[in-house]
Design a protein around this ligand. Structure first.
Ligand SMILES: [Mg+2]
Length: 182
C-alpha cells in the first residue's frame, strides 16, 4: 500500500504524546507548509510553538523535512528550534534517510507528519515508516489548492482525530474544515 495512513488529524496540535507512545513513535519527521505554518508564512500557525515544546518535553525527537526552498526551510527551522533537511525532494527516500540518521532512531520508531498525499503520505510509505496525516491549513482557498484537494480526495481518510476524539469526516466536507476564514 503506497497511501497508507497510520492516523489522521485535524491539525498537528491534535497529535498527543500519549498517542505517539501508544503507537511506539519516538521521532517525527515534520512538513512545514500547510502543516506547521500557512504556506510560505514565516511564522508557525497558532498553537504550534506550544505543541513543539510539549513534544520536546516528552522526549519526542523532531526534524523538519520540506521540499520548499533553502532559505524558507532554514529560517523557519531556526525560528522553531528544530533541525532540518532542506530541498528534500519528497516523496523520494533521500531526505527521509538523512532525517532518520540525524534523529538516530530506527524506522519502526519514526512517523512522518504532513498534509500532502503525493509527497508526505507517499514518501512515508516508500520509506516504510508510519504516517500521521494532518488536514492542510490554509487562510483561503486558492484554485491550485482546490485542484490538489480534488485529486487527493479519494485518498483522504474519513476518520480524523480532533482534540483527542476520533470523528468521522466526509471528505467532501474537508474544505469546510480546512478553509476556516480568518
Ligand atoms: Mg505541506
Amino acid at each position: 500500500m503506497l497511501f497508507s495512513i497510520t492516523a489522521a488529524f485535524n491539525t498537528v496540535t491534535d497529535i498527543s504524546p500519549d498517542m505517539l507512545a501508544s503507537l511506539g513513535i519516538r521521532g517525527l519527521i515534520l512538513d512545514i507548509d500547510n502543516t506547521l505554518a500557512y504556506h510560505n508564512d514565516p511564522l508557525p500557525a497558532e498553537g504550534v510553538v506550544e505543541w513543539i515544546e510539549q513534544m520536546k518535553e516528552n522526549g519526542i525527537r523532531l526534524i523538519i523535512v520540506s521540499n520548499n526552498f533553502y532559505l524558507r526551510v532554514k529560517l523557519f527551522s531556526e525560528l522553531v528550534g528544530i533541525d532540518c533537511v532542506r530541498e528534500s525532494k519528497k516523496p523520494f527516500q533521500k531526505g527521509y534517510k538523512l532525517a532518520a540518521m540525524r534523529l538516530g532512531l530506527p524506522k519502526r520508531s519514526l512517523a512522518a507528519v504532513g498534509d500532502q498525499i503525493f509527497t508526505d503520505v507517499l514518501g512515508a510509505n516508500i520509506f516504510k515508516i508510519k504516517m500521521l496525516y494532518t488536514l492542510p491549513i490554509s487562510r483561503k482557498s486558492s484554485r491550485l489548492l482546490r485542484l490538489r484537494q480534488a485529486i487527493e480526495a479519494p485518498f483522504i481518510p474519513k476518520k480524523i482525530y480532533c482534540s483527542g476524539e476520533q470523528r468521522t469526516v466526509d471528505h467532501r466536507l474537508v474544505n469546510a474544515i480546512t478553509y476556516k476564514e480568518n
